[in-house]
Design a protein around this ligand. Sequence first.
Ligand code: PHE
Length: 339
Amino acid sequence: MTSPTERLEVLTADALEKIRSAADEPGLEAVEKTVLGRKGDWAQLMRGIGALAPEERGPFGKAVNAAKEQIARLLEERREAFVGERLAQEMGDASFDPSEPAVPVATGHLHPITRVRREVEAIFLSMGFDVVDGPEVETERFNFDLLNIPPAHPARDLQDTFWLENGQVLRTHTSPVQLRAMIARGGKAPVRVIAPGRVFRNEQPDRTHEHTFHQVEGLMVDEGVSVADMKGVLGMFLSRLFGKDVEVRLRPHYFPFVEPGFELDMRPVDRKHGERDEWLEMLGCGMVHPTVLRAGGLDPERVSGFAFGMGLDRVAMMRHGIDDLRWMMSGDLRFLQQF
Ligand code: PHE
């Protein structure tokens, strides 16, 4: 009978030989299985260790490990050689050009208006406002009456309205969400919300008008909120949105749901060099009318607030130098893929 040590030598030589003569990667794997597998000769060899004298067991175990390591090294070497050959073959194949640029992965991207909306949301969230939502199909009461625009009021003509057959409207602005937010908070102050969303007007589309566009409404109500607070918050918001220092100015303007009401202009300013750009009209705003506060369940003797409404499309247009609002909702990929 051969001793386990002799047996080990034979098995090792045999394994190395098989590895050297393996023709391909699967061949190598087969050898690896017989050597390291649970059933093969090697496993049997290990079981034979019990027949050895105790002092022989240690050296024998070491010899087995050394043999296995040698085998593993050769396996690895041969495997690398095979992979190298395969790659060389593929590179040599005229139909495969490894220097050709990869095919770009076609992913979608966000609409420029969505990007502006998300930035606006992030800025106001950081200032302690909540982002809320309201229905696009509104009641006449919320879109007009409760906002201090009764049926015969000439202000109804300021916003050309899509009326539905059931007497409801496609909201002409996001201002009804002011009321919904106050009511949802049970008439309690403070209220700090913004409400971005789609609005609709029944007007002839042109470069600056569309039947569907986007606004963000803002509302802040608390004890002692003033025009100065409004100017401060809106100035900070616009600087962050445009990423530059800006000045803002208020011009008196009429909106039925605020008193006093303003249009707010802004201009970028470089305070170090004393340079200022042109004034740009940005948004409508004002102190929430007492009638509107009452409709929202708040007491105008105790609290006050400001509201504003800004077009999001306009911001995206300014940012990207887009000169026609009608592109925004066109769904035209030639337009959209530029962003
Ligand atoms: N709702 C007004 C509009 O659509 C904008 C606005 C909102 C003005 C809030 C003042 C206060 O024109």
